[in-house]
Write a protein that binds this ligand. Structure first.
Ligand SMILES: NC(=O)c1ccc[n+]([C@@H]2O[C@H](COP(=O)([O-])OP(=O)(O)OC[C@H]3O[C@@H](n4cnc5c(N)ncnc54)[C@H](OP(=O)(O)O)[C@@H]3O)[C@@H](O)[C@H]2O)c1
Length: 252
């Protein structure tokens, strides 16, 4: 189960953070993986490392998710190289914490451009190829902040993730006739290097106290959900936000 041999996967934001873990896990399961974001040198270094660590082909391609022609070009390039695309993982994203009364709308718009328009644009570009092929799997990285409020200046980010959740459900409904599964992963706090460096110990304790398991997610927890949703074993799952959150949304 969960093998991805013969599949072609594209992971946006695949050269760092959760995207890198998802891309590696997909490659380990046998998929040919394209990692895509704006910084080509970083992508190339990560692709080389990933290819050496797996038996799969991992390729780096440049992408700006806020630019529709860049998204369309990526699809063309992937289809030219591999003949098809089976899986899209939207793992790009950004956050900018701002107290609600001090929201800077330039930053707000940048967040919505990357997190919302960027998800819809890649879905549109890749969706057209998947509609033509009458199959595909799309996995959007969302967050518990799409459904649960919190303090700490997360209004803009939470609003983008609520939008990603609805894009996921709407596309699932619209593209089910084409055999395309569209799901999201609702991650809670994941213990990444950036998180360890940027979040104060008191805030960490508060966040931990809201989690049933009293521990943070690992990047591998998220990557495992990604592999499942990308696999044939998830063929009957669509329009879902799969919460990998240690139970946070079960009780919050
Ligand atoms: N980390 C967590 O605890 C957590 C929790 C819940 C949800 N999530 C979600 O999971 C996703 C990944 O989070 P992360 O923490 O792993 O993020 P990250 O380490 O900050 O990586 C985000 C990636 O997005 C890419 N990116 C940003 N803007 C882009 C653009 N315009 N076009 C193409 N690529 C772009 C960046 O690559 P370039 O700079 O090369 O473009 C970067 O590699 C996000 O959607 C985030 O909201 C994360």
């Amino acid at each position: 189960m969960f093998k991805l041999d013969g599949k072609v996967a594209v992971v946006t934001g695949g050269a760092g953070g959760l995207g890198e873990y998802c891309a590696l896990a997909l490659a380990q399961q046998g998929a040919k993986v394209v990692i895509a974001s704006r910084t080509l040198e970083k992508l190339q270094a990560v692709a080389q490392k990933m290819q050496a660590a797996t038996n799969s082909e991992v390729t780096a391609m440049q992408l700006d998710v806020t630019d529709e022609s860049s998204c369309d070009n990526l699809v063309k390039e992937v289809v030219r190289k591999y003949g098809k695309v089976d899986i899209l993982v939207n793992a790009h994203g950004m956050n900018a914490k701002m107290a609600a009364a001090d929201i800077d709308f330039t930053k707000w718009e940048a967040l919505f451009a990357a997190n919302v328009k960027g998800v819809m644009m890649t879905c549109k570009s890749f969706g057209k190829a998947m509609i033509a092929a009458k199959k595909g799997k799309i996995i959007n990285l969302s967050s518990v902040r799409g459904i649960r409020g919190t303090d700490g200046g997360n209004t803009a980010y939470g609003a983008t993730k609520g939008a990603v959740d609805m894009i996921t459900r709407m596309l699932a409904a619209e593209w089910a006739p084409y055999n395309i599964n569209v799901n999201a992963i609702g991650a809670s706090v994941v213990l990444t290097e950036t998180f360890k460096k940027t979040v104060a110990p008191e805030r960490m304790q508060l966040l931990l106290s809201k989690t049933l398991f009293k521990k943070f997610a690992t990047p591998e927890d998220i990557a495992a959900a990604c592999v499942y949703l990308a696999s044939d074993e998830a063929n009957y799952v669509t329009g879902q936000i799969m919460y990998v959150d240690g139970g946070l949304t079960a009780v919050g």
